[in-house]
Structures are given as structure tokens and as C-alpha cells.
Design a protein around this ligand. Sequence first.
Ligand code: SF4
Length: 449
Amino acid sequence: MINTNLPSLTSDFLEVLNGFTVVEPSFVTLNFFAGEIARVEVAICDKNYSFEYAYAPKNQIEEKRLTKRFSKLSLYRALVDFTGISLPWGALTGVRPTKLAYQNKQNWQEFFKDTMFVIDNKIALIDDVLKSQEGIYTVDSPSRGLFVSIPFCPTRCAYCSFISNEICKEKRINEYIDRLIEEIEAAKPLVKSLRSIYIGGGTPVSLTNEHFERLLKAIGKNCVEYTIEAGRPDCITREKLEIMKRYGVTRVCVNPQTFQDKTLELIGRRHTAKDVIEKFHLVKEYGFDVNMDLIAGLTGESFNDFKDTLNTAISLKPENITVHTLCLKKGSKLKESTKCLSDGDVAKMVEFARLTLNENGYKPYYLYRQKYMAGNHENVGYALSGKQCIYNVDIMEETTDIVACGANAISKKVGKKGGIITRIAAPKDILSYINRQPQIILEKNSLFN
Ligand code: SF4
């Protein structure tokens, strides 16, 4: 634990420290002193640093913001000096760097580069993302997004930290679908105008045909973009695709993660790369746009494995390719048993992906970072021209209300001009969700009405 006179910011400081694995948090002390000039004193082992900043906050909110910014910045500067290491995102932490760019619209590039020490190619990446969001990004859109959660999968992937349950072990599936459909019906007055629908959370296509059709029938078809996670090829069938077509689905996520069979086995996916390719072609037969997820830095993979995976994905020409960097969280089987690739290896993969996807007509259009991410990099979604997924932009930029239904679903009401966001989170556990569903319906009605 870090020693500090700002204990409420401890988790922010640990986030900065996360990129400097050579420094033990208990060897770090940080103290902030307010005044016309704010002073931040940092000690790492026996080395002392002092940084000063002009400090004239106009109100309490700004006071909090500046205190946090100057403290994190000072910690980062001290760590860079102490270790000789600098990070691609500099002192910038947090999940959504694009949000910060929108907030500092006039001078975000200078702010990222000169104040936060972000390197040039990350700034160029953000710039490309903002350009791709033109015409999609909207503040205070009157229409909303609908998210429906199906937290079941055929098996559990070794890197998974979601709540997803193995469907064959779930005894309350009938009851879950009944309560979920009731919740969707109750949400209809809240989603008269919809920008997007997204059914995800696990693998919705792992439901039986009967449950799947009941669900889609309840949702109806009143939306331009309608996406379903069909991440696991072992559950993609003609019957499921026909049901999707019948109810107006436009986009299907087919997620190989890797095209290396040895890795698929290691991460607990019960399918081969060939299965994914076959199911991709089947999905395309029905005319759906396809989102494809890949992971850079998967355990046991070399740069050449990743290169082969990326090139295979590009050769299939899905409309979207999202490149994630491996992020092992508590709750994933891989976390305890394996070691991450080095930052350099992952950096090479991420940069190769950026250049190769660009050369093949894919532009970055959404981006987010996570804690514990390999190499302190980011997840980036790339799309062919005009094929950006609206839901992905909305969920990342948080400018549109999301009405969410089901276990572990989080509804978000966005304040005026992207202001304060109010959230309602449904319980993660199936039984708790079933028991709390009437209450959740009431809470959502009062939030969105
Ligand atoms: S398909 Fe996704 S949600 Fe399901 S177990 Fe794998 S990582 Fe988790």
C-alpha cells in the first residue's frame, strides 16, 4: 500500500504504479500540499522529489480534479526518473481516453502530449478514432440503446472474468428467460426510439432455439443496428441464424480470439480455428455484418502466431475487427497459472495490428483501456468504412442512455451535455436477479421516465 495524505486517491495511484512493476507500492510516499502554488512531494525508496503547479481551483469539483491530476502526474514523473521507464499513455489512467479528448476539445493534443506525456502514436490513434466517430458520436441523443444480458456460455474460457455460467449447469434457465422477457416488456415504453440493440453478456446463441426465439420475439425489431454476440462458433447454427434474420438482427459477433488451435485448447474453447472460419462463412450467407474479436498477448503465443491470426481475420474481411490486449483479472483461471508476455512483445503486436489493419482499409473507431492490461496498452475496434458499430461507440463514449435488462446488466442515464451518469446495476447472480427483478423494473422506470 502507498503512504499518502490523500488516501481516497490510493486506487488512482496504484493504477499509475501498475505500469511500473519494478516498484513496490509500499516503498512510495506521496503528499499533496495546497496553496497558490500546489506542491506534491514524492519519495520512492530513499529518493525524494518535489513538484509545483499553479493552483487556483474555481470550485470544489475543480479542486478535486486538479488535486488528483497533479498528484498522479507527480507520481508518474517521479517513477519515470526513478526507473528510467516511460509508458505509452504517460500519466493518463482511466478507461476512456477519448472522453478526455472530447472534454478538452480545443487543445486535447497539447494536453495529452505536454501535460500527460502521452506518446505521439497514441495521440495519432485517438485522433483517428475521433475522426471515425464523426456522424456517430452524439451528445444527448434522444434515442437510446437497449442491452440484453444472457450470462451463459457453453464452457468457461480460461481468461474469462465475467460472471458467465456454463449453460448446461444452470438449473434456473427457464425462470431466467421468463423474468428477462417480463423485464424487456416493461422496458418497452422507455425505448420507443432506439439507436441500437445489443444482446450479449456471454453467448446468447448458447440458448435453446425455443428460448432464443422467445427472447428475440419479445424484443421485436425496431432498430437500425441490432447486434448479437455469437462469440463461440460451437453454438452458431442455421436455425439460430434464421431466427436472427426473422427478427431483424443486422450484426453478429463471431469471436475467434486466435486462429491458433494450440491456444484455443489452452484457453478452454471447445473448437478449432477451422470451425470459426466455417461458421463465419455461414453467418455471411445470411448477409449479416460481422464483428470479430482478437486478443494480442495470449499466453503461449509468439508474434508470428498473432501475425498469422490477424492476417487470417483480414483475409475473411469481417466489417469490424477489435484487437484486445490480454487482460487477466481476478476470477480468471489463467491469472494464477501463467505469466504475461513482456510489454515489448505486446507492443509489437498492437503496432503491427494498427498498421496492417490500416493498410487493409480498417480504421480505428473506438478504444478503451483496462487495468491489469498486458503492456499497459488498449483495446481498439477497427471498422471498414461506414461499418462502425454504433453500440460500441455509445457504450465507450457514454453520451447515450442505455436501458439494460437481465442479470449483471447496467442501465445508464446520461445527464445533460454528457454530464453526470446515473447507473442501476442488476445483481450478477441469477437467483438474486430473479428475486430482485420487480424492484429493478421500478427503479429503471423512475430513472428513465
Ligand atoms: S465466451 Fe466470453 S463470456 Fe463466455 S466464457 Fe468465454 S470469455 Fe467468458
